[in-house]
Design a binder for this molecule. Structure first.
Ligand SMILES: NC(=O)c1ccc[n+]([C@@H]2O[C@H](COP(=O)([O-])OP(=O)(O)OC[C@H]3O[C@@H](n4cnc5c(N)ncnc54)[C@H](O)[C@@H]3O)[C@@H](O)[C@H]2O)c1
Length: 422
């Protein structure tokens, strides 16, 4: 498993997997490790664990590697991130120290608040992509891996829109050659992985692999792709609460979300251009869940505000506040307040693990391109151009589980259930 960016999320994922496979901790939050799936009728009582139902890679078989602009090994990086307790990191220290970041493809133009020494040099972006491909192949050989998965866990890059450079593989490769500004570092990694036919996931809100050129390449190399921006913290709660309000046809006039966080991610997001990328990703969920075009009386005038405030004392322990102004029967107003004291990377780590394991499964099942069934994990799910993204967590879970049933030739579950009453 190759992770781009060995920061808070990556090191929490790696240290967690090391601890879990030694029996020191539980994989709480991971559907692949703890989830079950109902098969057939409710009367059949067939409910295996997902990991016993589909052939996922075993945690014991995973080898980790990655890139970062800082030279610290994974143990030192985990200490810097400050998510896990020092005593817990000590238990897996040897394994973490053995993971040293490869030199990164990095340009400050795309992440303004960071700079580091462990960076590749190259003639142009094409050359840098070739260097990443060489890293991937060397890693595979050194560790005797059968298969690889790449997950972008690097910082949020500045807001970018699709341009002509992203239109086809040919225009993209020309842009790489010319070191076109339209190709941020994350796209260089995505290109390298996808060209190698590797599954690729984007844990951040950047454009990254979500452009026609890279999807065309993925179709050619049969690489599955998923993203964007892991659904954790405030947005996770939003996509749990909003479908419930909508199901009961309660109107929503306003949804004000604010939060404080003090990790490096927060520092990067303190730059307005990186924040814009995050804001776009966070704001879309409510529009799609509430469907104001179908329910104008309930949601047309919804005022949705999202704020992220960098506040160093909190480190990775984010605090989010939501104020929801709702409307009930005859237009009477009500309010709902949510105060979530969460740990960002603790919520993110199981998503990185699950995404990697499911993408590897998809690759073996011959499923390539956008894996919409993994929308469950993402704030701004990748989707085909002709459909809108599905944001409702419960529909997403149903889609995910039905995809697993479909892969294994089991009957899909519609929840109709007439047979119990006929
Ligand atoms: N923690 C969460 O719950 C969560 C949720 C959704 C999305 N994300 C996103 O995941 C990403 C990682 O979050 P984090 O909390 O681990 O941040 P972090 O700042 O702790 O780690 C990011 C790491 O990426 C490195 N990096 C940046 N650009 C790079 C490049 N071009 N190549 C290699 N390394 C690079 C940085 O040096 C840093 O070590 C961010 O984009 C964040 O917005 C996090």
């Amino acid at each position: 498993m190759l992770l781009v960016g060995l920061g808070a999320v990556s090191t929490t994922t790696i240290a967690g997997v090391c601890a879990i496979r030694r029996g020191l901790a539980l994989p709480i939050g991971s559907l692949t490790q703890m989830g079950t799936i109902r098969l057939g009728k409710r009367t059949e009582a067939r409910v295996p664990r997902i990991k016993d139902f589909v052939p996922l890679a075993e945690l014991d078989d995973i080898v980790f590697g990655g890139w970062d602009i800082f030279e610290e090994d994974c143990y030192a990086a985990a200490r810097t991130a400050g998510v896990l307790e020092p005593a817990q990191l000590e238990q897996v220290r040897g394994e973490l120290e053995a993971i040293r970041p490869m030199r990164a493809v990095f340009d400050r133009r795309y992440v303004k608040r960071l700079d580091g020494p462990n960076v590749k040099k190259g003639r142009n972006k094409r050359d840098l992509a070739e260097q990443v491909v060489a890293d991937i192949r060397a890693f595979k050989q050194r560790h005797g891996c059968d298969r690889l998965v790449m997950v972008w866990c690097g910082s949020t890059e500045v807001y970018m829109k699709q341009t002509a450079a992203h239109a086809t593989v040919a225009t993209f490769e020309r842009a790489l050659e010319q070191s076109d500004e339209a190709i941020p570092s994350s796209m260089v990694y995505a290109y390298a992985a996808i060209r190698e036919g590797m599954p690729f996931a984007n844990a951040a809100p950047n454009l990254t692999a979500d452009v026609p050129a890279l999807l065309e390449l993925a179709a050619r190399t049969k690489a599955p792709v998923a993203g964007n921006d892991m659904k954790t913290g405030q947005t996770l709660i939003k996509t749990i609460i909003a479908p419930g309000l909508k199901a009961r046809l309660l109107g929503v006039k306003g949804w004000y979300s604010t939060n404080i966080l003090g990790n490096r991610d927060g520092e990067v997001l303190d730059d307005p251009e990186s924040f814009k990328t995050k804001e776009e990703s966070k704001k879309s969920a409510l529009d799609y869940i509430f469907q104001p075009q179908l329910y104008p009386e309930l949601y047309k005038d919804l005022c949705h505000v999202v704020r992220i405030n960098y506040y160093p004392p909190r480190g990775d322990n984010k605090e989010g506040w939501d104020n929801i102004d709702l409307v009930g029967w005859l237009g009477y107003p009500m309010q709902l307040k949510i105060n979530f004291l969460c740990r960002d990377s603790i919520l993110a780590a199981p998503i990185v693990l699950d995404s990697a394991l499911f993408l590897d499964l998809a690759k073996r099942a011959g499923m390539s391109g956008i894996q919409e069934w993994l929308s469950f994990y993402y704030k701004a799910p990748m989707h085909a151009p002709e459909v809108y993204p599905e944001h409702d967590l419960f529909i997403q879970l149903m889609k995910l589980k039905n995809t697993l049933r479909y892969m294994q030739g089991e009957q899909l579950i519609t929840h109709l259930g007439r047979e119990y009453y006929d």
